[in-house]
Design a protein around this ligand. Structure first.
Ligand SMILES: Nc1ncnc2c1ncn2[C@@H]1O[C@H](COP(=O)(O)OP(=O)(O)O)[C@@H](O)[C@H]1O
Ligand SMILES: [Mg+2]
Length: 363
């Protein structure tokens, strides 16, 4: 049996082209190499799992390919990586500084990647500062950190700074789809979308959620299975609740809520999720705002469709009701009741005569 390699490792890009969502950085770096404009100290900042280490390694290799021997084996000796998360003492940095002094045996540059550089101790930072101030001509430093604010200004001012971005949901989705296809994993597009959403901009996180769910679902990523595992309420519930509200079906709503709670879903997440659902219907009503809808393609169709059956007046009231219930939930002695009241109000929105909201507003 083949050993299982986690996707985050298996799919670490080896070329700038393959790096997703950071083209503002990869283009600049490629350009800098082509035009010999590379700084001697670079700082890669940004959230975790968005490609900092990956780009540092690619850049280090490119530098060696350009200025070095063509023998891959030789220039591997010209790339040094220090993980400051586990090697952060003054001695660790002194050892490194000691090495920096010697010119490379082959090639022109030695590249030092110092990852999680904010973890260096103060003393280590200070020791490093001198070297960074006047690095030997053959040394290039690539520092990476998730916590730019922890880097002292003297270091910041000596580095060319590259800010890595969170990766957009659509880019994450595309990458996951590519991997799913390569690995022969069945998926519903919208299930992949939910994973991408959950990853909150980090591709490494997306890949580890993906791996976990591939195992959990035995290589069949359905919306239902993914939602359940990630404790995301299946969109279908919200669509159903909207339909029931339009039909003024109070019993139906109370039953569906009961069902959701029984499944162990947090009622407060439910009511705020429902509020977002109405908000999404609202943006789906207007061609100008459809772009604000962050869902997969199939789900998007459902939104466009359901938005047709709601008036914007009803949606505004519905958003307000959910918002209020969310607030009441926190303060109420019987929080579940505050949600049930909200559901009853939702069911009454289109009733006309007995419209609770209208009565309340006029009385
Ligand atoms: N921008 C990206 N493009 C493609 N894959 C990425 C990207 N960012 C992260 N990854 C995936 O996540 C893994 C970890 O990325 P890494 O570069 O170590 O993140 P960071 O150093 O920013 O925390 C990579 O091996 C790769 O599989
Ligand atoms: Mg890293």
């Amino acid at each position: 049996m083949k050993n299982f390699v986690v996707s985050a490792r298996k799919y670490r890009p080896l070329e700038f082209d393959a790096v997703v969502g950071q083209s503002h950085i990869t283009h600049t770096l490629e350009h800098a190499i082509d035009n010999n404009q590379l700084a001697q100290a670079l700082l890669f900042c940004g959230p975790r799992g968005v490609g900092k280490t990956t780009c540092a390694r690619i850049l280090a290799r490119k530098i060696n390919e350009k200025y070095g021997d063509t023998d891959e084996h030789d220039f591997a000796f010209n790339i040094f990586e220090l993980d400051a998360a586990s090697n952060n003492s003054v001695e660790d940095i002194r050892n490194l500084i000691e090495q920096v002094r010697y010119a490379p045996q082959v090639g022109k540059y030695k590249v030092y990647i110092i990852d999680e550089v904010h973890m260096l101790s103060n003393a280590a930072f200070n020791a490093f500062l001198k070297t960074l101030e006047e690095p030997p001509a053959h040394a290039i430093f690539i520092l990476a950190t998730t916590e730019k604010q922890k880097i002292i200004p003297t270091i910041l001012s000596r580095c060319q700074i590259y800010d890595f971005k969170r990766i957009e949901i659509d880019d994450i989705k595309d990458q996951l789809k590519k991997i799913a296809e390569e690995e022969g994993i069945q998926y519903e597009e919208d299930a992949i979308y939910i994973i991408a959403q959950k990853a909150d901009g980090g591709l490494r996180d997306a890949l580890s959620i993906f791996d976990r769910l591939v195992t959990f679902t035995q290589k069949n990523l359905t919306v239902a299975a993914v939602s359940e595992n990630l404790s995301v309420l299946d969109y279908d519930y919200y669509f159903k609740i909207t339909d029931l509200s339009l039909k003024n079906d109070i019993p139906g709503l109370l039953l569906i809520f009961h069902d959701i709670v029984k499944k162990g879903f947090d009622p407060q997440l439910f009511i705020s999720g429902l509020g977002s659902h109405f908000r999404d219907l609202m943006v789906a009503q207007n061609p100008q705002t459809i772009a604000l809808l962050e869902v997969g393609v199939n789900t998007k169709q459902k939104y466009l469709q359901q938005a047709q059956s709601c008036s914007s007046r009803m949606l505004i009231d519905a958003i307000e009701i959910c918002h209020q219930a969310d607030i009441n939930f926190r303060n109420s002695k019987s929080p579940k009741l505050s949600i049930e009241i909200a559901l009853m109000q939702l069911a009454s929105l289109t009733v006309g005569e007995s419209n609770i909201i209208k009565k309340k507003n006029s009385g």
